[in-house]
Structure formats: structure tokens, C-alpha cells
Design a protein around this ligand. Structure first.
Ligand SMILES: Cc1ncc(COP(=O)(O)O)c(C=O)c1O
Length: 373
């Protein structure tokens, strides 16, 4: 069977990884400043993570959510403490899109409404339809049975107020837009959304799938604005490569049996991977490291005359290169062996491991400086 050819692939085959580094089958070494779409949070193949997963695999890998799972409870407790959301409830699933689907569905269940406000250039995932095609009225929310999504410009209070009406179940916004090119919402805009949603009986959903998990120097990017959304979605860095998604749910939202569900969500391996990530983040002070190295990078990049629109927080950074230099990403990869990300047409996205060192940060600055001459 051939693979369905949907991905533009680099002709590189990684076979080994450690920390911020990848090796291909020819033994060539690459600096990874992209982490496979912001997934590698604690660094590739961290020994504590590898041991935790191997030990668990030898005991029990999976059983369904029909039995008690102490590992899931332990993971939820630690996640609540580290994130500052101890009073929230956690629903575990397998990916970012699934976390967002559940958030939208939950908002619709709670409000009985089906309209959603999202923002221009937003990216929240690639799924649709599975619930709508399910013949069980108990798990189909009004949203799933037919909905309206309105896209309004980012950071635009007037446009938002015009779109907000009594039909709005939820407002969904990224902590920092990732695929849309690293757009940071104003703290005042997030505060405004929180206030407007509360007054309108709509739920505010913060998609922290790319911007969360310590990447910005706080656990979640929205914590810079001091808001507390009704629902927060997370995935990517949560499992450092093991597929996990999560939904943080406000304490006022009450569950009923069967309201949400999934086969694999929160399984033993996923819970252990999640726990190991948090343990390493805590032990190695990775959120502080993300803030420190991120500020260092931002300060240095600000001195490069060829780049414009430098933006981001911590280790979620974007900047634009001139049209004539839009091959820079390819040159960084093929001449300097440095993986970066992009947002089309000419934005470079940096999403390295939160454990990146200053020396690794400097390797990138030196290579970029050379390519921008
Ligand atoms: C902000 C955001 N939300 C949701 C998703 C979807 O996550 P997944 O690919 O795990 O379904 C992504 C993926 O890039 C994302 O960046």
C-alpha cells in the first residue's frame, strides 16, 4: 500500500534524536528548532521520559475508561497544580482537534446554542462531522447538528461586539495564533473577550494547543492577560511526542455520564508520558528557561536589520524575511542543518524544545546572520 501523498516532505530521514538534536540515517546531525510542530517540549528522548514509558509498557499499556485509572488521576492532579488550574476538571483525549471538538460541543451543551465566533487566520484543527453522523441524541449537541461560525478580525473589539449576539455558544481564540503566523492577542483584547462572554452567557475557549505547556514562559499564553477562560484546550507539548490532548473545564460546568468520551484518551501510556513531561518541566525549570532563552533570542533578533515584524513570547517566535530571501528556511536546513518552521509566504516560526540551551540559540543566530547578509 502506498501512503496518501498529502505532505510536502524534506528528503531527510531522522533515525535518532536527543535533546534539541536529530540524526539522519547517514549520521548527519540537525538542530531542531521546530519540534515537529511544537510537540517536543522537554527535548527528544529525555531519559526520564523514556524510562517512564518503557516501565509502564512492561506493566499495562491500555485498558478502556470503564475502570479506575490512578495514573490519569495523578496526572490530572499534577497538571492542575503546575498550570494554576487546580479547581478545573480535566477531560483527556488524543489530539488538538479532538480537544477543540469537545470544547465546542461542551459549550453548546451548556448554553443550548450553536453559533461560534472565531478569528481571521485561526487554525483549530482538521476534523468535522463524526458526531453529526452518530445516531445517539444524548451525545449530539446543538452545535454538532448544524452550526454557524463567524470569523472576525483579530484584536478588533468593534467587529467582535457586532458579531456577538444571544445565539453565540462560544468564542474560540488561540493563546497566540500559530499557523496564522505567530499573532499575539493584546492582553486588553483577551480581557475584553472574557468580560463580553460573561455578560452574554457565551463560553470563552482558549486554544493553547500550540502556545501552551510552558512555551511562552507562563504555563498558558493567556495567563499574561490574567484571564480565566471557561474552557482551555491543550495537546502537542503535553506528551512530548506521545499523542495526548486535554480539555480544562471550568468548575461550574457539570458532567453527565456519557457526555464526552473516547477510546484511547488518558490511557496508561498517555498518562505516564504526560506525567513524565510535567516532572521534567518542574525538575529542570523549563518554563523559566523558555522565558530566559526566548527573551535572549528576541533581543538579539531585534538587532538584525533584514528581518521585520518580530513577534512572539518565550520560545514561540515569528518574524518576516524579505521576499528576496524567502529561501532562508531551506538554506538554514540544507546549509546549516537547522530545522525551523514557516507560516506562508515569508514568516519563519521558531518552536524549539523548552530545554534549548543558550549555545544552541547562538548556533541559530550565527547561521541566520550569515544567510541574511
Ligand atoms: C492552535 C492549534 N489548534 C489545534 C491544532 C490541531 O491539533 P492536532 O493536529 O493535534 O489535531 C493545531 C495544530 O497545529 C494548532 O496549532
Amino acid at each position: 500500500m502506498k501512503l496518501f501523498d498529502v505532505y510536502p516532505l524534506f528528503n531527510i530521514t531522522p533515525v535518532k534524536a536527543q535533546g534539541s538534536w536529530l540524526w539522519d540515517e547517514k549520521g548527519e546531525k540537525y538542530l531542531d528548532l521546530y519540534g515537529g510542530h511544537a510537540v517536543i517540549s522537554i527535548g527528544h528522548s529525555h531519559p526520564h521520559y523514556v524510562k517512564s514509558l518503557s516501565d509502564q509498557l512492561a506493566k499495562i499499556a491500555f485498558y478502556s475508561n470503564s475502570v479506575q485509572n490512578d495514573l490519569q488521576a495523578k496526572f490530572a492532579e499534577k497538571l492542575g497544580k503546575i498550570s494554576g488550574y487546580e479547581d478545573y476538571q480535566l477531560f483527556l483525549c488524543n489530539s488538538g482537534a479532538e480537544a477543540n471538538e469537545n470544547a465546542l460541543k461542551l459549550a453548546s451543551f451548556v448554553t443550548g446554542r450553536k453559533k461560534v465566533i472565531a478569528f481571521k487566520k485561526a487554525f483549530h484543527g482538521r476534523t468535522s462531522g463524526a458526531v453529526a453522523a452518530t445516531d445517539n441524541p444524548k451525545i449530539v449537541a446543538p452545535f454538532n447538528a448544524g452550526h454557524e461560525i463567524v470569523f472576525v478580525p483579530f484584536n478588533d473589539e468593534t467587529a467582535f461586539s457586532q458579531a456577538l449576539d444571544r445565539d453565540v455558544a462560544a468564542v474560540i481564540i488561540e493563546g497566540i495564533q500559530g499557523v496564522g503566523g505567530i499573532q499575539v492577542p493584546d492582553d486588553s483584547f483577551l480581557k475584553f473577550l472574557e468580560k463580553k462572554c460573561a455578560a452574554n452567557g457565551s463560553l470563552l475557549i482558549l486554544d493553547e494547543i500550540q502556545s501552551g505547556y510552558g512555551r511562552t514562559g507562563k504555563f498558558f499564553a493567556h495567563q499574561f492577560a490574567g484571564i480565566r477562560p471557561h474552557l482551555i484546550t491543550t495537546a502537542k507539548g503535553m506528551g512530548n511526542g506521545f499523542p495526548i490532548g486535554g480539555l480544562f473545564i471550568h468548575p461550574d460546568i457539570k458532567p453527565w455520564s456519557g457526555m464526552l468520551g473516547t477510546t484511547f484518551g488518558g490511557n496508561y501510556l498517555a498518562s505516564v508520558a504526560g506525567l513524565a513531561v510535567l516532572e521534567v518541566m518542574e525538575k529542570e525549570n523549563l518554563i523559566r528557561n523558555a522565558a530566559t532563552i526566548g527573551t535572549y533570542w528576541l533581543d538579539k533578533l531585534a538587532t538584525f536589520p533584514a528581518i521585520t515584524g518580530l513577534r512572539g513570547r518565550g520560545l514561540m517566535i515569528g518574524f518576516d524575511v524579505p521576499e528576496t530571501l524567502k529561501h532562508v528556511r531551506q538554506d538554514l536546513l540544507f546549509k546549516h542543518h537547522i530545522f525551523t518552521g514557516e507560516a506562508k509566504p515569508n514568516t519563519i516560526r521558531l518552536l524549539p524544545s523548552l530545554a534549548m540551551t543558550k549555545d544552541e540559540a547562538d548556533l541559530f543566530l550565527t547561521a541566520l546572520n550569515k544567510e541574511l547578509q
